[in-house]
Ligand binder design. Structure first.
Ligand code: ADP
Ligand code: MG
Length: 289
């Protein structure tokens, strides 16, 4: 039987918007040493806005957006959804993509209106068409940069702003108050973007350019120093959440796959509940033992 204090703890946490899936995760949560956070959709708002379209080969900006958005209809990545929303808001009519192949957390390849289209991170697209943007000013500004290739040429970049969640600083304070000594950011995005986004927040380390598999490796490496909590929102975070001692999914807007893989689901769209959630876990564990 589960001690009454643990049941009370689970119930209190749930009322607070932190759904803990049982007594086991609650007990482990009380012992967390390292916390790893995903960036896009977890530390940031995850609903990026297009702030500029940069055309390289003279293709009309509207055509770049139309082809990119057409393909992105096939992807559930928050960046993809934002591109589709932006294109529709501009009244562009989007064709149904075919022969779509997605590499989770990296980008999508497919056919739109008879054109071969590739959309994704700069490295993902450059690897397939052999042209990189190098040091785009958007990277230094912390913007998410999405590359678009059409018929084998890098035709442009979408510059997207994805602001920090407003409770990001409060979250870090809350975790420090609980004595979490090691807080890391893990992202598939580039290092310049990660650095800019975390500026002044006091992370203990940044790991950028990670594939979903590399996020898993990071979790496993950090587990050598004690229990690890991993927080993520995307389909591509599900393996890392499963590899962590405690996986936490952003339930309000995150992918269903991440909520399934997680031990804890944040039911409210806030990350400042993490510290208090750990506090509840610790208190109920102390009472139970
Ligand atoms: P994070 O790890 O920070 O949550 P992801 O690994 O999900 O970020 O994505 C990292 C980057 O990969 C994005 O910023 C974007 O540039 C690119 N990316 C991934 N999937 C897509 C997609 N479907 N469309 C466009 N870009 C994508
Ligand atoms: Mg993410």
């Amino acid at each position: 039987a589960v001690p009454v204090a643990l049941v009370a703890g689970l119930s209190r946490a749930a009322h607070f918007g932190v759904l803990i899936k049982g007594a086991g995760p609650l007990e482990t949560m009380a012992r967390i040493r390292t916390l790893i956070l995903d960036k896009t959709g977890t530390l940031t708002d995850g609903r990026p806005q297009i702030v500029a379209i940069d055309s390289h080969d003279g293709m009309a900006e509207q055509d770049i957006l139309r082809l990119a958005a057409g393909l992105e209809q096939a992807s559930k990545h928050p960046v993809a959804q934002a591109i589709v929303v932006a294109a529709k808001a501009l009244g562009l009519s989007l064709s149904v993509p075919s022969e779509v192949a997605e590499v989770p957390g990296e980008g999508v390849v497919g056919s739109v209106d008879g054109h071969k289209v590739i959309v994704g991170g700069d490295d993902f697209v450059a690897k397939r068409v052999g042209r990189r943007v190098g040091d785009h000013p958007a990277l230094a500004a912390g913007s998410v940069l999405v590359a678009v290739a059409v018929d084998g040429h890098m035709v442009g970049h979408l510059v997207m702003a994805d602001p920090l969640r407003e409770d990001a600083a409060a979250m870090l304070d809350g975790l420090r108050r609980e004595g979490i000594g090691r807080i890391l950011l893990a992202t598939g995005d580039r290092v310049q973007v990660a650095e800019r986004v975390t500026e002044g927040l006091g992370f203990d380390g940044l790991r950028a350019g990670l594939t979903p598999d590399q996020k898993v490796l990071l979790v496993l490496t950090e587990r050598k120093n004690g229990p690890v909590m991993m927080v993520g929102d995307g389909v591509n975070d599900a393996p890392a959440l499963a590899a962590a001692d405690v996986g936490v999914a952003m339930g309000a807007r995150g992918a269903a796959a991440s909520a399934e893989a997680a031990d804890v689901v944040l039911l409210v769209d806030r990350i400042d509940r993490l510290g208090p959630g750990i506090e509840i876990a610790r208190r109920s564990r102390r009472i139970a033992v």
